[in-house]
Design a protein around this ligand. Structure first.
Ligand code: ATP
Ligand code: RIB
Length: 315
């Protein structure tokens, strides 16, 4: 495989609202939708849509959602040999509110995702041996995720979301690339990020905590990264300005899935170019509603990274 995902599959229940509700408030929404989500499956589908050969190791519940999620992944051409239906569990669910302007908040109940374990890593040893890039997130068992990262011989990307205040050091040490958004970076490091310049302290702290390469995504401002081998340089890759933001849910996931695709397909291209490609994909996703439904495919964008140049700057 080019991209292997070890992580979550969740069904999204999405309410579109004029603004996000305050604590204790009941609001009239404007519309409702269900969608296939979960950071792991979203990232896997993002890579598959661009043309990557993908597989996911995940667990769903023994309910109607579990079965329909498997059918959906097959339609997206994701290998599901290692997706297990757990008869006595519910499929993970997410309750999502999306406000006019695209801002969201999300509550997840992991359900079957919590049952992913070390033995699932062992059972998929062939995939672990042969895949180019592994992606993990933090919506399934943390212990199992640490084992997955430790065992993987190739390039691993950890999207440390939802963020933990006390992130185990193994998560930083065993991943090749540690990627979070600005709020997650602030929670993990204790350094708030209110401007591009603020990112430097958080990047340095994450490297101090054990990470090798850190990427922080910054919404409409794109992303920044720093490598342990050169902490003098923070590199900024800006995102394209978009005409109208409709729904940012899953923007980070499309970024991660696209990054994994570009790293697997174009391993010799510089990281700022691979990130530029990921930003391009993510900036398309924010212009459409839903999570996976908003991710572009290889017909919508040119995926040959050797024929494109994205803006970047050393700060
Ligand atoms: P999510 O809403 O899925 O939790 P996130 O918070 O993890 O997303 P962001 O940092 O908001 O991730 O966005 C990820 C990437 O999506 C950015 O690096 C950027 O490339 C793209 N993006 C997000 N918002 C915008 C925007 N307003 N305009 C253009 N691109 C955007
Ligand atoms: O990143 C977006 C995802 O977070 C949603 O699809 C939801 O399932 C939650 O896991």
């Amino acid at each position: 495989m080019e991209v292997l995902v070890f992580g979550s599959a969740i069904v999204d229940f999405i309410c579109y609202v004029p603004r996000l509700p305050k604590a204790g408030e009941t609001l009239h929404g404007t519309s409702f939708a269900t969608g296939f989500g979960g950071k792991g499956a979203n990232q896997c589908v993002a890579a598959a849509k661009l043309g990557a050969k993908t597989a996911i190791i995940a667990k769903v519940g023994g309910d109607a959602w579990g079965k329909s999620y498997l059918d959906h992944l097959e339609k997206e051409k994701v290998n599901i040999d290692h997706v297990q239906i757990c008869p006595n569990e519910t499929t993970g669910i997410a309750q999502i509110s999306v406000a006019d302007g695209g801002e969201n908040n999300i509550v997840i109940v992991s359900g079957a995702n919590e049952l992913l374990s070390e033995s699932d890593v062992k059972k998929a040893s062939d995939l672990f041996r042969e895949s180019k890039v592994l992606i993990c997130q933090l919506e399934a068992s943390i212990e199992a995720t640490i084992v997955a990262l430790k065992e993987f011989p190739g390039i691993s990307i950890l999207n440390a979301a939802p963020a933990l205040e006390n992130t185990p050091s193994e998560l930083l040490e065993y991943s090749t690339i540690f990627c979070v958004n600005e709020n997650e970076a602030a929670l993990i490091t204790g350094f708030p990020i209110n401007s591009l310049g603020d990112s430097r302290a958080a990047l340095l702290r994450l490297i101090e905590m054990g990470a090798s390469t850190v990427i922080i995504t910054l919404g409409g401002q794109g992303a920044v990264y720093m490598k342990k081998t050169n902490t003098q340089e923070m590199v900024h890759v800006p995102a394209e300005k978009v005409a109208k933001v409709i729904d940012t849910t899953g923007a980070g996931d499309s970024f991660i899935g696209a990054l994994a695709f570009y790293i697997a397909r174009f391993p010799d291209v510089p990281l700022h170019q691979q990130i530029g490609g990921a930003c391009e994909v993510a900036s398309i996703s924010v212009q459409f509603p839903g999570t996976q439904s908003s991710f572009p495919d290889a017909k919508q964008i040119h995926t040959d990274l050797t024929k494109k140049q994205f803006a970047w700057k050393i700060l």
